[in-house]
Design a protein around this ligand. Structure first.
Ligand code: HEM
Length: 141
């Protein structure tokens, strides 16, 4: 049995939501500590991989036919909102990685773009986690 603060949180959120919130805090620290490149770049790469693999994990551990087809969730506004935000996040990641690569190569022309897209990523990722938390079913784990 989980105890303490984590045990309390588990009553309110699914593990996937707790993990996502923790990665958001990690992302915020990498955002502020961008000058430490050896911290910033690996952490951001980890976050992008985490977000790419989360749908794969959910697909392989959840019963999609029951949830989307039988329960009719496919027609839910929240599901499409969540999906749309996720696609937006992936597009922003692609732009961000290209600008980040420029900075790594010493080309400063990517700096303004990287800085602005960063704010968009923080806002959109927060909304992806929020809409995901609304859709999550804690009893499934
Ligand atoms: C995933 C690939 C990424 C790579 C390769 C990358 C790479 C870099 C590099 C090389 C710098 C310059 C560090 C410096 O000298 O200050 C930088 C700065 C920065 N990065 Fe990233 N980054 C990535 C993702 C992100 C993400 C996802 C965010 C936001 C959530 C972000 C936010 C920032 C910010 C705010 C700066 C400072 C820009 C400035 O004010 O000049 N980065 N990044």
């Amino acid at each position: 049995m989980a105890t303490g603060a984590f045990g309390e949180a588990k009553h309110m959120f699914a593990e996937t939501v707790i993990a996502s919130i923790l990665t958001y805090i990690l992302m915020l620290s990498a955002f502020y500590l961008h000058r430490i490149r050896t911290f910033h770049v690996p952490v951001m790469v980890f976050i992008v991989l985490f977000d790419l693999l989360m749908p794969v994990y959910l697909y392989s551990t959840r019963d999609w036919k029951t949830r989307l087809i039988d329960d009719g969730d496919l027609f839910s506004f929240a599901v499409w909102m969540h999906f749309g935000l996720l696609i937006t996040l992936f597009v922003l990641y692609a732009i961000q990685i290209l600008a980040g690569r420029k900075l790594l190569l010493g080309d400063q022309s990517g700096r303004a773009e990287h800085k602005n897209v960063a704010k968009g990523i923080l806002a959109v990722r927060a909304l992806v986690i929020l809409t995901g938390a609304l859709l999550a079913q804690p009893q499934q784990g």
